[in-house]
Design a protein around this ligand. Structure first.
Ligand SMILES: *Cc1c(COP(=O)(O)O)cnc(C)c1O
Length: 227
């Protein structure tokens, strides 16, 4: 029951933030981040209408994939190259492309199964050593290389900003992401369809939406604390 109430609260907050900037709830894709939560909870969230789930470990995704039918999966964590072959046919979006070597492997595996794999580039917007993702200064060059892969559809960018109590700082990171996103859209890139700006988690997804996010990734706010 708690999950139902949580979902309702999250959807309401999405609705309000979207309205503030003249968008609708449907303009925002909610990814329910189910990592480290049991299948029962995912099934419950599915029952209450959620249909896209986010996982950050290949092994965990594979297990849950078998047990939760008829939903979509996004990969949101650091992806090891040797795991790509296991998930390539199971995910709708890889949100965490962070190296050319990984892009190369995704391209190779996608080609093998006749798929064009949509990916987002992860940006380490706060330049934190603990986080994956490329620096914003590297984006132009990185994007040019990624867009050469014919079995990848470069679809946008994603970030996890530094943790801070200061909501204004968080907002500034989101603004910078928005700028990068708009810049990318101007480029005339092959194998690309730049349409997703993925940012905002439980504590800040409303701010992210106000700053232009159209994918938000909410875990704790839906499923409670991870075990
Ligand atoms: C865990 C995780 C989330 C969800 O975080 P919450 O604070 O629980 O909402 C979102 N995005 C990524 C990439 C994550 O790893």
């Amino acid at each position: 029951m708690v999950i139902a109430e949580n979902i309702e609260a999250v959807l309401k907050k999405i609705d309000e933030a979207a309205c503030k900037i003249g968008k609708k709830r449907d303009d925002i894709t909610l990814v329910a981040v189910s990592k480290m939560h049991p299948v029962e909870k995912i099934l419950e969230a599915k029952k209450y209408g959620l249909s896209i789930f986010g996982e950050s470990k290949a092994q965990e995704l594979l297990q849950k994939y078998e047990m939760v039918p008829d939903v979509k999966w996004h990969f949101i964590g650091h992806l090891q190259r040797n795991k790509v072959k296991y998930i390539i046919d199971k995910v709708d979006l890889i949100q965490s492309l962070d190296s050319i070597e990984l892009a190369q492997e995704i391209d190779k595996r996608a080609k093998k199964i006749g798929k064009k794999m949509p990916v987002l580039i992860e940006i380490n917007i706060g330049k934190e050593p603990s986080k994956s993702g490329i620096y914003e200064e590297e984006l132009d060059e990185f994007v040019k290389k990624v867009s050469e892969f014919e079995n990848i559809i470069l679809s946008g960018i994603m970030t996890i900003p530094p943790v801070t109590e200061d909501k204004n700082k968080t907002r500034d990171y989101f603004k910078r992401m928005r700028f990068l996103f708009e810049t990318l859209k101007q480029f005339d890139l092959p194998n690309s369809n730049i349409k997703f700006l993925s940012m905002g988690m439980t504590d800040d997804f409303d701010i992210a939406i106000e700053e232009g996010a159209n994918i938000v990734r909410v875990g704790t706010g839906i499923f409670g604390r991870r075990m």
